[in-house]
Design a protein around this ligand. Structure first.
Ligand code: CP3
Length: 354
């Protein structure tokens, strides 16, 4: 590959154009969790053990990142990594159990646990992620999305010690030890700024902040605890001039706050209507989403008719990227996603403009 493609900023690509509210010739599409267990080629090379070991192997991680680009023809690649990577790398003592998710035997309980997050330097502790980006910059012909977990979502795994439905321990800490909770969120914010800045310096073309579970908070709670953190993250990253997408599930009441904090685009889950979000957020923000991932388990005809509805709903979005409302389910038949991407590329702009 020649040096110009190594230097490509992809600013003219449909994906970056859509996020920057520019012109698109085709509707851009990528899928959250596009790399993963729904792909047989992923299962074939992923190996056993923790996903964190696979992430720490740059040539393997780069190959896995490219698999969905090759298979689906999506308009962006997302780095094969995990939201738990930096807190794992700084030695907190957390792992990802296959089929369960992030788990620790020693949950975050008090002031002294902050010491377990004290040392993090993205370049030394997660150099392998930056090496993966370097490989991908040479190989990829589409933009690369870097990402990190949002402070609430990562804090919830550290405090609960495992995936949680109601976030009881997390919210109890927020209500009864707000200073401790704030100290944790703030330390995670510093780690996230360092981690995302390093990814941006290494050349990712956009970033997404996955605060997947922050919809468990009310707008008042978000404003008090998360707005300062999210504002710090987005303002620190703004100097890189790359689109910054904020995503969380059940966040229809929080979308305006994402934008106030500095996100340039919002990812919608399937419970939020694109038309409503567009009306609320006005003409300065790009929208990404939001086909229900369960729809992708039904027939191709049904997938396409529901995708058509999503496209029609997005007609007034000032910039629009097709995605699912949450991650690709492991049960998804990849051949159906190939058909979906083809349909979107062939018909997306025409449906959106009529
Ligand atoms: O393709 C992509 O989107 C890129 C890679 C990616 C992974 N995790 C790889 C992964 C991304 C963006 C994530 C983000 C992530 N991780 C989130 C936010 C997005 C969301 O889904 O809300 C969250 C909450 C996590 C935490 C996490 N990691 C969970 C809940 C799990 C599932 C556990 C399981 O096995 O069911 C993981 C593991 C994980 N991260 C896998 C992958 C491909 C799957 C299993 C594996 O190969 O071990």
């Amino acid at each position: 590959m020649d040096s110009t493609s190594q230097m490509a900023d992809f600013s003219e690509s449909n994906f970056i154009q859509a996020l920057s509210l520019g012109k698109t010739e085709k509707t851009p599409v990528w899928f959250m969790r596009q790399a993963g267990r729904s792909l047989p080629e992923y299962r074939a090379i992923r190996g056993v053990g923790s996903i964190l070991d696979a992430v720490a192997n740059p040539s393997l991680a780069a190959e896995i990142t490219m698999q969905p680009v090759k298979r689906y023809g999506v308009d962006a690649a997302i780095l094969y990594s995990d939201i738990i990577v930096p807190v794992h790398a700084c030695g907190f003592g957390i792992d990802i159990i296959p089929g369960t998710g992030p788990t620790t035997d020693r949950p975050f309980e008090g002031e002294s646990d902050l010491k377990r997050l004290a040392n993090f330097d993205a370049k030394t502790d997660t150099g392998y992620v930056l090496s993966t980006i370097e490989i991908l910059k040479k190989e990829l012909e589409v933009p690369l999305i870097g990402f990190a977990g949002g402070p609430f979502t990562v804090a919830s795994y550290l405090i609960e010690g495992k995936p949680s439905r109601n976030f009881i321990k997390t919210k109890q800490m927020m209500y009864t030890q707000p200073k401790l909770f704030e100290s944790l969120l703030w330390r995670l914010t510093e780690i996230t700024v360092d981690f995302l800045s390093a990814q941006a310096q290494s050349g990712v073309n956009a970033i997404q902040l996955f605060d997947s579970w922050v919809g468990a908070l009310s707008p008042r709670e978000y404003r008090r605890f998360i707005t300062p953190c999210a504002s710090e993250i987005f303002s620190s990253l703004s100097k890189f001039n790359i689109p910054m997408i904020s995503f969380g599930t059940n966040t229809s009441e929080l979308l305006g706050l994402f934008v106030e904090a500095g996100a340039s685009a919002v990812g919608l889950d399937s419970n939020t209507e694109i038309t409503t979000a567009t009306k609320r957020l006005g003409d300065k923000v790009a929208i990404q989403g939001n086909l229900d991932p369960v729809v992708c388990l039904t027939s191709v005809d049904n997938i396409i008719s529901q995708a058509r509805q999503v496209l029609m709903d997005s007609a007034f979005a000032p910039g629009y990227v097709f995605n699912l409302g949450h991650g690709v389910l492991p049960e998804t038949d990849p051949t159906k996603l190939v058909e979906l991407v083809d349909f979107l590329h062939q018909n997306g702009e025409e449906i959106r403009k009529n």
